[in-house]
Design a protein around this ligand. Structure first.
Ligand SMILES: [Zn+2]
Length: 180
């Protein structure tokens, strides 16, 4: 399974046509759209589509489960479980699968928390509020440590990504505010 959490994917420079191996060049095809990579030989247009990431936020005894990343980018920072949706996989299934792979727990999705995206980032992050059905929280795959944080203990200065911060803020407001 591909597990490159290449949050920097948008910076890769593609040089060759995936269809015929010809050289790619940047061309303006429509004046109101960004330049596209077009094959000089077969005219294939290589659209750089967004990448979809699915993740979950859930609590264990009222504390938010987070994982410390053991890989770049954001090495050593805290994130909620998540990863790339495979083509042909449902976003909901991907969120559950990534949570199982990274945090060692089976979750049931309670509802869509929100969708997060940022200018110049290739990633679209779909985050679900979830609840644990079985399993014991444990760091695995690309995480090196698992932790559970009370609403007042979230390590805001050590979070991995903008989406980590924004989704946790939404989660605390929507799901934990009555308990604080
Ligand atoms: Zn080509």
């Amino acid at each position: 399974m591909e597990h490159d959490k290449g949050h920097a994917h948008g910076h890769i420079e593609y040089r060759y046509c995936p269809r015929c191996g010809g050289g790619l060049e940047k061309r303006i095809l429509k004046v109101i759209e960004p330049a596209r990579l077009v094959c000089e030989k077969c005219s294939f247009i290589f659209y750089l589509d967004p990448k979809v990431i699915a993740g979950t936020i859930f609590t264990i005894n009222g504390r938010v489960a987070l994982l410390r990343r053991g890989v770049e980018p954001a090495f050593g920072k805290w994130v909620f479980p998540g990863g790339y949706v495979d083509r042909g996989e449902s976003v909901r299934d991907a969120a559950i699968r990534e949570t199982r792979e990274e945090a060692n727990v089976e979750v049931r999705l309670r509802g869509l928390l929100n969708v997060y995206s940022y200018p110049r980032s290739p990633n679209v992050i779909v985050v679900y509020a979830a609840e644990v059905v079985s399993g014991e929280l444990q760091a695995c795959d690309e995480s090196v440590e698992a932790g559970a944080f009370g609403p007042a203990e979230i390590p805001w200065e050590e979070l991995g990504f903008d989406s980590t911060r924004d989704a946790l803020q939404d989660y605390l407001r929507l799901y934990l505010s009555s308990k604080t």
